[in-house]
Design a binder for this molecule. Structure first.
Ligand SMILES: [Zn+2]
Length: 150
């Protein structure tokens, strides 16, 4: 079953605003890339301000439930340009890619170069048990996005 259609499910503007109100560590991007915003899925330009906050991408009380550090732009930055194409923010980093079933139990996981994310997703979604895939930065562990079928 090749080419399973996928949709990115990044941090929603509503959740991002909740995290902004809650507050976090403030950063000014001094390198590019290096400060990936998980709402708009862009790497901040040098000089842009971000907050480092903690986010839980899980919806249930799965044993895997955990929070990850993420950057969001300080101000609302809108939605990604596309929810069907993998952004360069993902494809140029080393990633930890984790497949979950409907109960949010992990059923597969691997570390890949971002250039191989597409084929990894295809492989994971070939398994009909795979409901969603979490993508993290392999090195620092930041949750990058969730990817769902359809
Ligand atoms: Zn942003």
């Amino acid at each position: 079953m090749a080419n399973t259609p996928i949709t990115l499910d990044p941090l929603t503007p509503t959740e991002a605003d909740r995290l902004r109100r809650q507050g976090g560590e403030r950063y000014v991007a001094d390198a590019h890339p290096g400060f990936p915003c998980r709402q708009c899925l862009r790497d901040a330009a040098i000089g842009e301000e971000l907050l480092l906050v903690s986010h839980t991408p899980f919806e249930s009380d799965s044993p895997y439930r955990s929070a990850s550090p993420i950057f969001v732009h300080v101000d609302d930055c809108g939605s990604p340009d596309s929810l069907s194409a993998l952004p360069i923010q993902l494809t140029r980093r080393q990633l930890s890619v984790r497949a979950f079933d409907r109960a949010e139990m992990m059923i597969d996981a691997t570390v890949v170069d971002g250039a191989d994310l597409d084929s990894t997703l295809e492989h994971f979604f070939d398994d009909t048990e795979t409901d969603r895939v979490h993508v993290h930065n392999a090195t620092r562990g930041c949750w990058a996005t969730t990817i769902i079928r359809g």
